[in-house]
Design a protein. Sequence first.
Length: 134
Amino acid sequence: MKGNPSHNVKLGAHHENPTEKKDFHNLVVNQCPSVSGKSTLTYHVGIDEDNRLYLRVADNSAGGLFSKEWIALAEIENILGKLVGPFTSHALRGLFRGKSNNTPAFLLAVMLKEGLAVRSKAPCVRLVVASKIL
């Protein structure tokens, strides 16, 4: 774990996002490799005032554009619950407000690190039980 996980974070009001006015408490600040392995990502696992879990990518060692918005774990589970079989990061695009093509792949890297998904033998990723995050 990196940094101080006990500070509150407030998302900036740079775009319309239902989480932008929420306060989040960081439970985990950690790092993982990107899916390609070309960079290191810093990510947060947070909780809101209603005890709902969220994920967000906070930094990328290689630069490049990506969204730092908080994504509810329930939203991730909702999307993945509709999938059958292996999936790619493209399945996660609907979670974001069109900021970057990098963001879904970065979120997938976080999911791999946290045990929410595992690599399959195909060039896709296979879903595992999402409740494993904490």
